[in-house]
Ligand binder design. Structure first.
Ligand code: CDP
Length: 783
């Protein structure tokens, strides 16, 4: 039986400190902020996906009582603010001046003394449009006849954005030449949306008296945003303070700079009053960072006995009207080249091309590390299909090709250095928990009776914790992170981080790291994030990077303080500093554990009774540049039953085994897994943002964009293995995104597994019952 953990350090499933305010409804969100004299802003959006703007008339709107100003792109252009840079180094219109390029694009903004008048004013803005043909897929974007979407960019003659490759083409071609079998899968990872419960918004407060700009905003990366604001608006950076208060879910949606933030800040600057802008649900779904929209073809070269020889991938990316993907600069398709997944593949080659279309920009890392989700989906679907083609059990095919435990650190064919892993152990545990052999027997019996039941597996490898800074940057800003720890005289402390929680429990887990390293109870450590005036610079929270990077920084800074505490303890105990040992907050002379000082004693002495010549205080700051990414992994198994008559898929069981190295708080980790499995379920079965031929967005509200509720969501059974990261100071890897990355393939593989014997190899997500029904009919199922 496991020993009960009594402390609140690493490994303790303590309850979240922040929940005391959240469950009482006492969170403090941007919408809760009210400043004296505050004005309200609403944004007019384009009804067309593609149209030239002939004229905009704002006179009637400006005349409406209560309206203070109506802002257009022309006005912003006069201040050099009509366009802004995107996170991928492209440009994006703040308010459209020449053309609108997607439905929902920002065209004008009304500012009024109350939110309803600001909204009413929009109806009085008259915009004359000259509609143009819309392009809603990246293949149509390549046609000779396609209109040029980005004709604002001088010298642009087509809709192509980038070409990018990874791996070794020659070696891959050679591996295919040797193959007995090549298995191909063409699939689309559809456009979906992070859809956080809290939409985006801000309160911009630029003081005409001091020039100080305080912007309260829903940002996952407040420090980086401050720098972007300084560069875009030309405001002096020391006068900009970004405050991200409580955030109601981000999932990548709150990483980019949206036009609303820029217009509200410009309006506050021009009007000398605070301006609040809060999106409604449709605005959030229609115009802010979408995710995925990757068209992928994967080819896997194998021997007849199931040895994988090589992987070839062709990727066509639909980036919308502006290339605004939030991702490290060097990598045009994010970290998609992790596509060899958990397999010892000797050769691989990835070719990626991105195209503009008349859709909202985005490409945000929706609960994933920059496109690893699409990569993981492709390889796990492909491997499952290869098993059917070769007549080998999908589990057995995986086992034969997994990178073995003794191969780590492992260099992949596309260049990654995987830090650690034990893929066989995670898969074995998942199979044991689900009762795999028994389920296969049940499946055979059911098949004989004509019933459809499937077992889907996905054994994913994630890549999280960006940087190293020399390799990974956003707009040139190196991806490191920071922690500043101050212990007050009474032994209580404050930890300030460059990251920003959006519900992940940082106020608890980062305090637990301090408890582990210093022995100060986690409840005595206050964790602060999200205020750029009061926290050290960091790149923010997304792509599961907080624990790998800021968590490491916290461990390192706490250890620095421990070393100083040892010197103080030696002074207090009149001992040699080299003889001082530390154990759970007690500092004692080697061999005499009864003669000790507590960390609290040392903290008090740091301000009251110091050794000669020592600087007072017990505080420090660390900027941590990780040497490598961390590579969490896991195996998920899903069991489904399918109704042949209706195509309805019932998810019977979901078993998840995750390995994120050392777990700081296992209960929070399990909560993260539950959330991600739920989001993965939504992506696999219910959620879709699509467009008609004219570029009208379908899926712009929760009646059409179907988030799973507790009613639809299956029950999850979660387990863990622990393979520490060798380079992380605490052995921890990130975890928040593993379940969204790993689970969609497991869900879809289960549906394919139920129907593979009939010849079905692909149904694109979301796997709705009508699609399953049609697929069954296409292979002759008539019942
Ligand atoms: O960057 P983000 O916070 O979204 O992701 P993360 O670093 O994976 O952490 C999500 C939550 O799980 C945080 O509260 C972490 O401290 C916690 N966690 C943990 O307790 N142990 C791990 N090995 C990884 C994360």
């Amino acid at each position: 039986m496991a020993t009960e953990v009594v402390h609140g350090g690493i490994g303790a499933s303590v309850k979240r400190k922040e929940d005391a305010r959240f469950i009482r409804g006492k969170g403090n969100y941007v919408e809760d902020i009210a400043l004296p004299g505050m004005l309200y802003m609403s944004i007019l959006r384009s009804p067309y996906a593609h149209a030239r703007i002939v004229s905009i008339s704002t006179e009637d709107a400006t005349a409406l009582p209560g309206v203070v100003a109506v802002v257009t792109g022309e006005l912003l252009a006069a201040h050099g603010l009509a366009w802004m840079p995107t996170l991928s180094g492209d440009t994006q219109a703040v308010l459209a001046t020449d053309k609108v390029r997607f439905q929902g694009q920002e065209v004008a903004a009304a500012i009024a003394t109350d939110p309803h008048t600001a909204q009413d004013a929009l109806e009085l803005v008259q915009v004359e449009y000259d509609p143009l043909p819309a392009i809603v897929d990246p293949f149509a974007a390549q046609l000779q006849s396609a209109p040029i979407i980005r004709d604002d960019k001088e010298g642009t003659s087509d809709n192509h954005i980038y070409h990018w490759e990874a791996g070794d083409q020659g070696a891959t071609d050679d591996s295919f030449a040797k193959a007995d079998k090549v298995v191909t899968l063409t699939t689309h990872y559809p456009r979906c949306h992070p859809a956080p419960l809290e939409t985006c918004g801000c309160v911009a407060d630029v003081s005409p008296a001091t020039g100080q700009a305080t912007i309260y905003m829903t940002s996952q990366a407040p420090h980086a945003i401050r720098t972007v604001f300084a560069l875009v608006a030309g405001l002096p950076e020391q006068k900009i303070r970004i405050v991200s208060p409580d955030i109601g879910g981000g999932f990548g949606n709150k990483v980019p700079v949206y036009p609303g933030y820029v217009v509200a800040t410009a309006a506050s600057l021009l009007l000398g009053k605070p301006v609040k802008w809060i999106e409604d649900r449709t605005e959030n779904l229609i115009s802010t960072g979408f995710a995925r929209d990757y068209h992928m073809t994967g080819e896997l070269a194998l021997t007849n006995d199931g040895k994988m020889l090589g992987l070839r991938v062709k990727l066509t990316s639909d980036n919308g009207a502006f290339f605004a993907d939030a991702q490290p600069t060097k990598f045009k398709a994010g970290l998609f080249h992790i596509v060899t997944g958990s397999y010892d593949l000797p050769a691989a080659h990835v070719v990626a091309d991105g195209y503009y279309t008349n859709k909202a920009p985005g490409g945000v890392a929706y609960r994933c590390s920059f496109r690893v989700t699409e990569a993981s989906y492709l390889i796990e679907r492909l491997v499952q299909n290869a098993a059917y083609e070769l007549g080998i059990d999908p589990v057995e095919l995986r086992r034969r090709n997994f990178i073995r435990k003794d191969q780590f650190p492992y260099r992949s064919a596309t260049g990654w250095l995987y830090d650690s892993g034990d893929y066989h152990a995670a898969l074995d545990l998942a199979l044991e928990k689900i009762g795999y052999e028994e389920l296969r027997r049940e499946q055979m019996e059911k098949r004989e009776r004509g019933e459809l039941m499937g077992i889907g597996v996905a054994s994913f490898t994630e890549v999280v914790g960006a940087g190293h800074g020399a390799e990974y940057d956003i707009l040139g800003l190196r991806m490191f992170d920071s922690a500043e720890l101050r212990i007050h005289p009474t032994g209580k402390g404050i930890l300030k981080l460059g990251t920003k929680s959006q519900g992940q429990g940082h106020e608890t887990t980062f305090a637990q790291i301090v408890e582990e390293e210093l022995g100060i109870p986690f409840s005595d450590i206050e964790v602060k994030e999200g205020d750029t005036d009061n926290t050290p610079y960091g790149l923010g929270t997304y792509a599961s990077r907080s624990t790998p990077v800021a968590g490491a920084a916290t461990g390192v800074v706490a250890r620095k303080l421990r070393e100083k505490a040892k010197l103080i303890a030696a002074h207090l105990l009149e001992a040699n500093p080299e003889d001082i040992e530390f154990d759970h907050g007690k500092l004692f002379v080697k061999g005499s554990p009864d003669q000790f000082k507590t960390i609290q004693d040392c903290a008090f002495a740091a301000y009251t009774n110091l050794p000669e010549g020592m600087e007072p205080g017990l505080e420090g700051v660390t900027y941590y540049d990780p040497p490598n990414m961390t590579f969490p992994f896991g195996s998920y198994v899903v069991v489904v039953d399918i109704d042949k008559g209706t195509g309805e898929v019932h998810v019977r069981r979901v078993v998840a085994v995750d390995d994120c190295g050392v777990r700081i708080n296992p209960m929070i980790v399990e909560g993260q897994i539950h959330g991600g499995l739920c989001e993965g379920y939504g992506i696999a079965f219910t959620e879709l943002i699509t467009f008609d031929e004219a570029g009208n967005c379908i899926g712009s509200n929760f009646m059409e964009y179907l988030l799973p509720t507790s009613w639809e969501t299956p029950k999850f059974e979660v387990y863990a293995t622990v393979t520490p990261s060798p380079h992380h100071p605490l052995g921890a890897k990130g975890v928040g995104e593993s379940p969204t990355v790993g689970s969609p393939a497991a869900y879809v593989n289960a549906v394919i597994d139920a129907t593979a014997h009939l010849g079905i190899r692909n149904i694109d997500m979301p796997v709705t019952s009508d699609k399953v029904w049609a697929a069954l009919r296409s292979v002759g199922v008539t019942e």
